[in-house]
Design a protein around this ligand. Structure first.
Ligand SMILES: [Zn+2]
Length: 175
């Protein structure tokens, strides 16, 4: 039997919490999404027939300072054409072990945080994952320079990246 908790999780407003428990210092939240009409990816017809549920364990943002995992009872629907498919959701992307919310928050922290090490520890992930996230986000901001600025500022500093312990920064000194 399920008891429905009357609270929402920010970023997961859709989710219905069916159970929440603390086990060995980690916080576990069981969720499901409301049953709703889906469009069959095969034939395009609407269906709300439930095929089954699969429980997916996903790392989420810390709650109450505890490592938090969502146990997402992911519903699979079936269509009259025979197709079976998972429900649409904003909780987790395919093949991911972290929630979308977790990935977004990490994306903000790797930019704003002091270093990758602390951020990785806070998100209980590896430094390599934090760096990959940073590279992925920052690549969108990089653009080719057509003309060098009048004044160039150069500095070296110690940091941690996949490439080594020391980095160099080259900047337009006027901007
Ligand atoms: Zn179908």
């Amino acid at each position: 039997m399920y008891m429905n908790f009357n609270i929402i999780l920010p970023g997961l407003e859709d989710a219905i919490i069916t159970k929440a428990e603390e086990i060995k210092g980690t916080y576990r939240v069981h969720i499901k999404l409301p049953q709703r009409v889906q469009q069959c990816p095969e034939c395009g017809n609407p269906t709300n027939l439930v095929h089954d549920y699969r429980i997916q364990r996903i790392q989420h943002l810390k709650m109450f300072e505890r490592d938090t995992y969502l146990f997402y009872h992911k519903r699979r629907y079936r269509c009259l054409c025979g197709k079976r498919f998972p429900e649409k959701n904003k909780v987790v992307e395919r093949y991911q072990r972290h929630t979308i919310e977790w990935n977004q928050a990490l994306g903000i922290r790797v930019i704003q945080g002091k270093n990758f090490k602390d951020t990785a520890a806070q998100f209980r992930t590896s430094q390599a994952t934090a760096i990959r996230r940073f590279d992925h986000i920052s690549s969108g901001y990089l653009k080719e320079v057509k003309e060098l600025p009048k004044v160039i500022a150069i500095d070296e500093y110690k940091g941690d990246t996949n490439e080594g312990k020391f980095q160099v920064i080259i900047a337009n000194a006027q901007t």
